[in-house]
Design a protein around this ligand. Structure first.
Ligand SMILES: NC(=O)c1ccc[n+]([C@@H]2O[C@H](COP(=O)([O-])OP(=O)(O)OC[C@H]3O[C@@H](n4cnc5c(N)ncnc54)[C@H](OP(=O)(O)O)[C@@H]3O)[C@@H](O)[C@H]2O)c1
Length: 299
């Protein structure tokens, strides 16, 4: 039995079907009944609904589990405590392999969610559990394509002149599947996961434009505009941790390039990682076919 946390999130939506297709038994942990139903509809029959900030829920979710894929939900104020508690619960339940979805350059402590993952990595290393740590770079995000497909504008909340490495979650979840199915081979490993390329916002807009066959404009928005869009009517003041995380991302990515090396991912996949152009092409085709954004175009 493999437990996947944040199972209906960006990674979970891709990983869970791959685990099921491999004939593995999956326990999926989500917060809402709606996500539980969505996972049941694709064939997950063991679903734990609840808040993983609650150690009792985590202890229940780990019962009878052999392997864990732990993802901390995006910008959650309890992310560090959730990570520590997941490791403790795994140890108590006798889990054999703990795969932790961390982040590229977890040592970059002015990025709040990186410092948290650095701490969780350290906790995991000291836990005595067998582990694999995945460190994906920034996602090639379908969410960032939606305004391009719908309004023709590519928007980033950081400097358009800074370079970044990106990674396709199809590739990340292919590696996650390997780590979970061939645990011995990937034990005690920490893998940086980045596709080839170092792109500015202008470069990304040009790639999208070449796929769409029309010019796409890159637009930089400030952190507060992004926060307003992210939180809608509720307002960022209701979510101080999340707002702090997102402001720190804008500041760091505007002050520094954020790049990684593709060698490890290429070696693990045994093929070239998905390029940004391929990613855009796949999502644009799905958008044209369905008329809306599709968030899980699994390879
Ligand atoms: N975005 C990037 O470019 C990037 C790059 C590298 C690393 N990361 C890291 O990746 C992680 C996020 O991964 P992701 O995008 O796959 O996850 P995600 O989409 O943020 O995860 C959402 C899932 O988590 C569940 N969830 C949220 N709060 C929960 C709670 N309190 N208890 C139980 N379940 C809860 C949600 O359940 P419901 O569906 O029921 O709401 C949903 O299924 C973050 O730690 C982020 O820092 C992100």
């Amino acid at each position: 039995m493999i437990l996947v946390t944040a199972a209906n999130g960006n990674q979970g939506k891709l990983l869970v079907p791959k685990l099921l297709a491999a004939g593995l038994s999956v326990r999926a942990c989500v917060r809402s009944e709606a996500s539980g139903q969505a996972l049941a509809a694709i064939g997950v029959d063991d679903i734990v609904v609840g808040d993983i900030a609650d150690p009792a829920l985590l202890a229940r979710a780990m019962r009878g589990v052999e392997k864990v894929y732990h993802v901390g939900p995006t910008a959650h104020p309890q992310e560090r405590a959730m990570g520590f508690a997941a490791i403790e619960a795994a140890r108590a339940a006798g889990v054999r392999h703990f795969v932790f979805s961390s982040v590229l350059h977890a040592i970059a402590t002015d990025l709040v969610q990186h410092e948290i993952k650095r701490d969780i990595e350290e906790y995991l290393l000291s836990s005595g559990l067998e582990y694999t740590i995945l460190q994906p770079s920034n996602y090639m995000s379908p969410l960032k394509l939606r305004p391009v497909f719908e309004q023709g504008v590519f928007r980033l909340s950081w400097s358009l002149d800074r370079r970044q490495s990106l990674v396709d979650l199809g590739d990340v979840t292919d590696v996650a599947l390997m780590a979970l199915t061939d645990s011995g081979r990937h034990a005690a490993a920490t893998y940086e996961l980045a596709a080839p390329g170092r792109y500015t916002g202008h470069d990304l807009a040009a790639i999208i434009g070449s796929v769409l066959g029309r010019p796409v404009q890159a637009e930089e928005i400030d952190a507060d505009t992004y926060l307003k869009e992210f939180f809608g009517d509720v307002g960022p003041e209701q979510f101080p941790h999340e707002a702090h995380v997102l402001r720190a991302i804008s500041a760091h990515y505007s002050a520094h390039d954020f790049v990684g090396n593709p060698n490890v991912l290429t070696w693990l996949l045994g093929r070239e990682p998905t390029s940004y152009e391929q990613f855009v092409r796949t999502h644009h085709e799905a958008f044209r076919r369905t008329g809306s954004m599709v968030f899980s175009t699994a390879r």
